[in-house]
Design a protein around this ligand. Sequence first.
Ligand code: GLU
Ligand code: MG
Length: 644
Amino acid sequence: MGLLTEGSPLSWEETKALANHVREHGIIQFINLYRRLKDRQGDVLKWGDEVEYILVKFDDEKKTARVCLRASEILESLQEKELKDPDGVKSLWRPEYGAYMIEGTPGKPYGGLLAHFNIVEANMRYRREEAEKLLKSGEELMTLTSFPRLGCPHFTDPVTEPTPGSGASHSLFFPDEAIYPGHPRFKTLTRNIRQRRGEKVAINIPIFKDKNTPSPFVESFVGAGSDGEAGRAALPDHVYMDAMGFGMGCCCLQLTFQACNINEARTLYDQLTPLCPIMLALTAAAPVHRGYLTDVDCRWNVISCSVDCRTREERGEVPLKHNKFRIPKSRYDSIDSYLSPHGEKYNDVPVIYDEAVYQQLRNADIDHLLAQHIAHLFIRDTVSLFSEKVHQDDERDTDHFENIQSTNWQTMRFKPPPPNSSIGWRVEFRPCEVQITEFENAAIVCFVVLMTRVILSYQLNFIIPISKVDENMARAQKRDALRQEHFWFRKDITTCVSPPVATSCCQKSDCDAYEQMTLDQIINGKEGEFPGLIPLINSYLSSMDVDADTHCTIQQYLKLIQRRASGDLQTTATWIRQFVRSHPDYKFDSVVSERINYDLLKQIQGIQCGEIPCPELLGTSLQSKTQENIPAAVEKAEACNGAC
Ligand code: GLU
Ligand code: MG
């Protein structure tokens, strides 16, 4: 979840009073680090994945599955090895928002060799097994994007009760005990986001109208400790949620890339942006929220609303009086502007920023696009500040910059090198939902990494107007978007610079054209019109020297992506929805009962450990080569990492 500063959090009033202080120093810190690092060259491609996990406690007698609030205990043990030997570990563990969540990454980044694809899955499995060793009977570590009954009565183990009107979130449904207790950041963010907004966050997700779902679907919150806020905020025909935990308590799969210099990072940031909604639709895995089947398949909007700290003025509901800007999006959303010269003319949505901040950046010789990007991030106030961090050395420290940067949770993140480190300019790819198995997660990771190779080698151009990316984001989350929706995508993706796949050079205005395509066409190609991302990857691979093992691994992964994109295999969301709707207890009223939840998670658990085959998701012929040989594969990679 980004930066974790140790210390004592300030109250919201104190934090609010220091908002300008953080902004002013954050900008100075960025200017200083930019000046130091803008010419940094020669970093090599390195990349890594981040997987977020949910701990589940099964009770096989009562047939219940609940989130298990032991993450901080488990994390403490998991981090012991790293504390003793930071360079020698194969995995790194970090806290996440939920008291039932942990996040794991490989111990070291992967490098530029294709052979590294052989160990991605093995390392993911290593991580899971490492954490599993610390579990008690009945507990399981699951890569679930959303826990289906999050916020339902007694969804935690041990059982906890929400405290409407008090505590960090004031939620009717989500107890503060379900927020990670081992670090003050998470509760502080929860409280401050609510206080800044001036009311609880309001998440309304359209309900999936099944045969027996009441119409209109209206829940009563009277008597649930509600002071009437829920009644006002909840929309008919929607599932209403009122806490940060409903969003940030969801899990995802992220990737970070180190570029060779700042310009390559800016190119990657831009070129991967149009792929965000595409990857969101492809990885859709979250159809159930607060115990109801919804009409969306993804976590994205839930999180976006769950950290929406904008006031009513900023949201445009009342005229501006105390606030400076009308802000169209939450801090968690799709990006608002491109950063590379290719992208400039596609920034077709006005980017909000403070003119003085922008000028300050421009006066420090920062170009328009980057100045605009940073000034835009800095329209946000800090929502978590620690007393020890208020006064800093702006020449050396970057905490104020990071404070704002790390609470802009967008589809892509552009990351400057940390101070005094060997790490270069990086971009983070953040849209993907996490999948049930390591095989699927590794396939997604490898696909995205290969896309970056193809983009850079062939100098491809995927950029479409930002407004169209926004439209795609909305479409990507809809129920069964993969099969039902069309997405804006660029038709001519060649830039004339590199010959390998260039079909024609753009001379006409036509080379700007984008059109609506199905996900299948985007990924697998459209005869005579669009090459398709997988064929592009294959063309790239055919020009590379790939050993037989690696070739086989990559092809298994590409096959999975290809079959998912074509609709031949289901998305996780479609599969979950189908499981719920065909459960004998399901009453076609959109309700995911305790029993359905239990059976669903048991099934997912079986699939994840390979005990239950799931051809709908994984096919029958697809399987991972590294399955049997975890330690060996990890060893091999270590050796390889060392050698290169
Ligand atoms: N769990 C969040 C998500 O699903 C991401 C939190 C983070 O930035 O690590 O998008
Ligand atoms: Mg995270």
